[in-house]
Design a protein around this ligand. Structure first.
Ligand code: NAI
Length: 480
């Protein structure tokens, strides 16, 4: 019988070939729809050509954060003597580092496979293409094929890294995030093209582990969407750790040599590196879905077009996750999956508020934000009041010895000159990805500064810094 493990041949499929829901793609958006739908009693099939878990589990969020944790451990051990904990200088056993990453991924993959199985989700190890009348054609790697039908079809085939002309990915010198996870040794000198979420996470991780890193970003600022004051703090911290951040930089191409490559940069000397990591965004993977002629509309960038309820142009066919032009985040995929399943169940469904989703970037210092940056709020026509709190005055940050970063709260300035609704919270610093929760709720609950200031933060805790910044916006404060 089919199980939720990888690569089951299509011929193992059960004779019944009609499902309440067919999901094409087993990443977070796809397995999210399957698990949530199955929990509500729906009979769900997932069609996945590789492994359930998708980019997030196998080539994205999970392995990246696992390697960033290695970087954290390395930093902690390097700094241990400051705490009076004497040890010899740490060295990196890269094979062990990569093995642990694989072990974490495998454990989570087995857990997910087991969960799908226990919810009686049928997983087909095949490539699915959409046909008329909500039927899906399955073709497995061994040449078997079959057609299944559904009351609803959810397209969730995800995305792949974007590349740039002149930088053909060879898996040795020119890498995307996919290939970084397969490295068998740490490159001594690396150029990261693109200073977005992936670029900053990899730059931070590789630098902490011992590589010499240069970020080459085309725009004037790294970390698009993040408040400028927060970005400046990250940049300063990167600089302090020896990461060379070059913004407004145009790469022209590269010339491979025997031990690496030489990158040509517009208006600057060539940069010689051992490896290049291209992290210039991701593109939707809509080609293989066979959408041509189905009526499902695909835009010129390859995104499947949907309305705010994730409905495609075809009744009963939905699209979620990186395949649609919404923030490419696993947790946004989950939210879209739930949104679709609720509609299938005839329940009230509230569209995702994309402008206010939680963003967490796990570089050192970590970056987390929800809602508008100061500039975005001004551009949207708001009068704003802001407060920035550094970590120096926070006792817990002093205790753990991590003072890089800032918490910035952006509030609407009311007619009487006082601060009102919290429009955005942007932070960099220790464990801010774990602290974003209350800021996310404040922004999305449309809470005011006075309302949030009423709540108590535990002492000593890192979260006091957010509480203090909000308190300061009421016009009075305890610290600074
Ligand atoms: P991104 O869109 O965040 O950043 C790409 C950067 O590359 C931009 O700053 C852009 O200006 C720059 N760029 C584009 N073309 C360039 C060129 N030719 N030369 C130099 N710079 C160039 O994309 P990224 O970092 O690849 O991540 C893709 C997506 O994956 C993110 O938007 C996010 O949705 C998701 N992601 C989220 C993470 C998180 O939340 N922790 C971590 C990793 C990825």
């Amino acid at each position: 019988p089919p199980c939720a493990s990888q690569r089951n041949p299509v011929s193992d499929a059960p004779p019944d070939s009609h499902f309440d829901v067919i999901v094409i793609g087993g990443g977070p958006a796809g397995y999210g729809a399957a698990l949530y739908g199955a929990a509500a009693g729906l009979n769900v099939a997932v069609v996945e050509k590789d492994k359930v878990g998708g980019t997030c589990l196998h080539r994205g969020c999970i392995p990246a954060k696992e390697l960033l944790e290695t970087a954290h451990v390395f930093r902690t051990v390097s700094e241990a003597a400051k705490f009076g904990v004497e040890s010899s200088a740490p060295t990196l056993a890269f094979a062990t580092t990569m093995a642990r990453k694989t072990e974490v991924v495998t454990g989570l993959f087995n857990g997910l496979s087991g969960l799908l199985k226990s919810r009686k989700v049928t997983v087909f190890g095949a490539t699915g293409t959409l046909q008329a009348d909500r039927s899906v054609h399955l073709s497995s790697p061994d040449g078997d094929s079959q057609t299944i039908t559904g009351d609803a079809v959810i397209l969730a085939s995800g995305s792949v890294p974007r590349t740039i002309p002149g930088f053909d990915v060879d898996g040795r010198t020119v890498l995307t995030s996919d290939e970084v996870f397969e490295l068998d040794q740490l490159p001594a000198k690396v150029a990261v093209i693109g200073g977005g979420a992936i670029g900053c996470e990899f730059a931070s991780m590789l630098s902490d582990l011992g590589s010499e890193v240069t970020i080459l970003e085309a725009l004037p600022q790294i970390l698009p969407g993040v408040d400028k004051d927060v970005v400046n703090m990250v940049r300063r911290s990167f600089k302090g750790r020896g990461i060379d951040v070059r913004t407004g930089t145009k790469v022209l191409g590269h010339t491979p040599g025997s031990t690496g490559t030489s990158i040509q940069i517009d208006g600057a000397d060539a940069l010689n590196v051992e490896a290049v990591v291209v992290s210039v965004g991701r593109k939707p993977l809509s080609d293989s879905l066979g959408l041509l002629g189905t009526g499902v509309v695909v835009d010129e960038r390859g995104f499947v077009q949907v309305d705010e309820l994730c409905r495609t142009a075809i009744d009963g066919v939905w699209a979620v996750g990186d395949l649609i032009a919404t923030p490419g985040l696993a947790h946004v995929g989950y939210a879209e999956a739930i949104l679709v399943i609720k509609q299938l169940l005839g329940e009230e469904a509230i569209p995702v508020d994309y402008a206010n989703v939680a963003w967490c970037i796990y570089c050192q210092p970590e970056v987390a934000f929800a809602g508008m940056s100061e500039q975005a709020a001004i551009d949207a026509g708001y009068q704003v009041m802001t407060k920035k709190h550094r970590w120096g005055g926070n006792s817990r940050a002093q205790i753990i010895g991590e003072l890089d970063g800032v918490v910035k709260v952006i509030a609407e300035k009311q007619a009487d000159g006082t601060a009102g609704r919290i429009l955005g919270v942007h932070m960099a610093g220790p464990w801010v990805t774990e602290q974003l929760g209350q800021a996310y709720l404040a922004v999305n609950w449309e809470a005011t500064v006075d309302e949030v200031a009423h709540f108590i933060q535990p002492h000593p805790s890192l979260s006091e810094n957010f509480g203090e910044a909000v308190l300061a916006l009421t016009g009075r404060s305890l610290n600074g």
